[in-house]
Design a protein around this ligand. Structure first.
Ligand SMILES: *Cc1c(COP(=O)(O)O)cnc(C)c1O
Length: 389
């Protein structure tokens, strides 16, 4: 009953029809977003007509060459960025590298420490370690809450996650950004688990650099390209450690000397992966007319409702919620801890409730407001309770 009322009042419920979904309750959109229905037809056109018939002409006539900036501008409003600051391409891992080395170079002489979120998604930590070695910096892994106290006049750059991939904890981007700036350092935010799920406000909060993937809440498809944000005022000084020919001021001049282009496209490297990039462009059409504020409101309502249902149906003490209850500290997922989480998730998936398992003991449930409804949430909690009983 509750679920029906909530679904009836949901202003985003019509969006579900824009996705290819079946009877499965899909709570893994924080790992791989569902397929938007517009994508297969578009990819078919890109392959058959743009590639098959127009061939080389498509670099210009089909807008292939400028796709990284064009699609960057389509993502920009979703992360609170004005046009001209986001470029799409490469993986998140590669963009973390570009952004972090770029940030250290911006900081300049005398600053030789990189601070990294100690609880980070592993790839960010691995890349940060290599970036530190390459730039002659010391790497300091620090829990996000302790970051302000760890900053000083030797801090060059700080790499942080907006939402923790394991616990779903939302970190305070405005306050941490301000703290990094007070120390005279540069901040890089990883938005993998926040873009498409909640307001980010990159411009508003003066973020320096940011990266994120597009296959989670942005539904771009498996391995769809990531993006890099470089704040406009920093673009002329952004010195990419991967200065490929696509970021040259005159790429077809075939010059031996490198002269960086101005603007966001300075973050480009080599030839863009057009097939997955244009699949992403089609996928982003589901965002037409959608406000991120509405997405956030529904996301919080979904996760609140899931917590309520879990408290009601699941035997007390059987799971421990590791996601903060406070809205201002919660992303768009709920992580429940229990010793047999791996086995429990296997059985949930067999019963049509798809979340995922993160070692050693976490059940992760992602709530994508564009296609998850309240009745799904209630059913998922009931199946979970039965499985845990
Ligand atoms: C998903 C995710 C990544 C993924 O990086 P890839 O290079 O796309 O494999 C990186 N960082 C965070 C925080 C993530 O959540």
């Amino acid at each position: 009953m509750r679920a029906e009322k909530l679904d009836a009042a949901d202003e985003l419920r019509g969006k579900r029809d824009e996705f290819v979904l079946d009877d499965v309750i899909y709570l893994d959109g924080n790992s791989l977003g569902a397929l938007p229905a517009v994508v297969p037809g578009r990819v078919e056109d890109v392959v058959r007509r743009q590639w098959g018939e127009l061939r080389i002409r498509s670099w210009e006539e089909s807008g292939w060459w400028t796709a990284p900036e064009r699609i960057g501008d389509r993502i920009a409003p979703l992360i609170g960025a004005a046009p001209g600051q986001v470029v799409v391409g490469d993986s998140t891992s590669v963009n973390v590298f570009k952004a972090l080395v770029g940030a250290v170079r911006l900081a300049g002489q005398g600053r030789d420490e990189i601070v990294v979120d100690a609880t980070t998604f592993p790839t960010d930590g691995y890349i940060a370690e290599s970036a530190a070695r390459l730039t002659g910096c010391t790497l300091r892994p620090v829990a996000p809450a302790d970051v302000p106290a760890a900053l000083g006049d030797r801090t060059a750059a700080v790499l942080l996650n907006h939402v923790d991939y394991r616990t779903g904890r939302l970190h305070d981007l405005p306050a941490l950004t301000a703290a990094v700036h007070r120390a005279g350092a540069y901040v890089v935010w990883d938005l993998c688990h926040s873009a498409g799920a909640l307001p980010v406000g990159l411009d508003e909060h003066g973020v320096d650099l940011a990266v994120g993937c597009t296959y989670k809440f942005l539904n771009g498809g498996p391995g769809s390209p990531a993006y890099l944000y470089v704040r406009r005022e920093l673009q002329d000084r952004f010195d990419s450690p991967l200065p490929g020919w696509n970021s040259h001021a005159e790429p077809f001049g075939m010059r031996t000397d490198y002269e960086p282009a101005s603007g966001a496209l300075r973050g480009r490297v080599g030839t863009p992966d057009i097939l997955s990039m244009l699949a992403l462009e089609a996928a982003l059409e589901v965002w037409d007319g959608v406000s991120v504020a509405a997405v956030r409101a529904k996301s919080l309502a979904l996760t609140d409702f899931f917590l309520e249902c879990v408290a009601e149906y699941v035997p007390e003490g059987r799971v421990e919620c590791v996601t903060p209850v406070a809205h201002e500290e919660r992303g768009s997922q709920i992580a429940l801890r229990c010793a047999d989480a791996g086995e429990v998730m296997k059985r949930l998936i067999e019963q049509g409730v798809v979340g995922d398992f993160r070692a050693p003991d976490v059940l992760r449930f992602g709530f994508t407001p564009l296609y998850v409804g309240f009745a799904d949430v209630e059913r998922a909690a009931r199946v979970l309770a039965r499985t845990l009983a």
